[in-house]
Design a protein around this ligand. Structure first.
Ligand SMILES: C[S@@+](CC[C@H](N)C(=O)[O-])C[C@H]1O[C@@H](n2cnc3c(N)ncnc32)[C@H](O)[C@@H]1O
Length: 271
């Protein structure tokens, strides 16, 4: 009889064919998620679960069970490094900036992403005359309340560079720290659905680990929205495990650094 561990390769194949990469996850973690989902669906036969996973609803539920609400400061450090070295200098030298670099953190959860971006921008721009603003949105009010407080447990900030910790966090109570006012001030948190059009224009959009919530058709709406919300030559940063498989995406964006999942708005859409 087949077990949950036997179907891991088939699960990986189904999930990856639908645009979500599992290659960074441990097999034991994937197996635990399979067991969790089988229990939730009250299914004990692994081959029946494989059939169910091919349906859009269960595919979405499985992917969410892997990544829902997970976030951290400087999540996947390497894209932040690339943005700091290669993108901020390009944006900072653009004439259309008019003194303020504008970033949207779409699906910001409990705030770790916009605060990381704010620290990065502060580091890179503090010796220039440029300012920056970060618009951080989520559809979860509870997550946003946490984000606006900017208070995190010591364990949440344990992996942050010690220099940044000393510079940008102050002790709040026995086991928590608060992000410093200079890092919080440029950020506006707002309850907003990312599929709703916005009239604002940004130099860079972070939308990481959020597209898994959307069906392909709804992804198209969001991708169009991002295209319209970016200034010419603006950048879109997606999650490391996300793969945009739809044609619409490549019509609107061109890869800037595929490994780091950073894309650039095309001057004109293809087609
Ligand atoms: C896994 S967290 C990702 C957080 C952060 N971007 C990161 O990568 O660390 C996904 C967040 O997207 C938010 N989200 C999902 N659908 C959304 C929507 N339609 N509009 C705004 N936020 C959404 C969820 O509430 C959740 O906080």
């Amino acid at each position: 009889m087949q077990t949950e561990s036997d179907i891991i390769p088939s699960v990986i194949r189904i999930v990856e064919n639908n645009g979500f990469s599992l290659n960074r996850y441990k097999k034991t973690f994937i197996q635990r998620r399979i067991v969790l989902r089988m229990n939730a669906c009250k299914i004990s036969d692994v081959s029946k679960y494989l059939q169910l996973l091919k349906t859009p609803d269960e595919f979405e539920a499985f992917v969410k069970s892997i990544s829902v609400n997970v976030t951290s400061f400087f999540r996947d450090v390497s894209p932040f490094d690339t943005i700091g070295r290669k993108i901020i200098p390009v944006l900072a030298s653009r004439p259309n900036l008019s003194g303020v670099l504008r970033v949207w953190s779409a699906g910001c959860a409990t705030g770790e992403e916009p605060y990381s971006v704010s620290i990065l921008l502060n580091e890179r721009l503090r010796r220039t005359s440029l300012n920056y603003e970060i618009f951080a949105t989520d559809r979860n009010q509870k997550a946003l309340d946490h984000a606006s407080d900017g208070i995190y447990k010591e364990s949440d900030i344990s992996k942050i560079d010690s220099l940044f910790k000393a510079r940008y966090f102050t002790k709040f109570n026995a086991d928590s720290y608060q992000v410093s006012p200079q890092i919080r001030k440029p950020i506006t948190f707002r309850l907003e659905d990312i599929s709703k059009p916005t009239t604002k224009k940004f130099d860079m959009i972070f939308c990481r680990n959020v597209m898994i919530y959307f069906e392909k058709q709804a992804q198209d709406v969001v991708v169009n929205n991002f295209y319209d919300s970016l200034k010419p030559g603006g950048f879109l940063v997606s999650g490391m495990d996300e793969v945009f498989v739809n044609e619409n995406f490549s019509n609107l964006f061109t890869p800037f650094d595929l490994k780091q999942k950073i894309f650039q708005k095309r001057e004109k859409p293809l087609n």
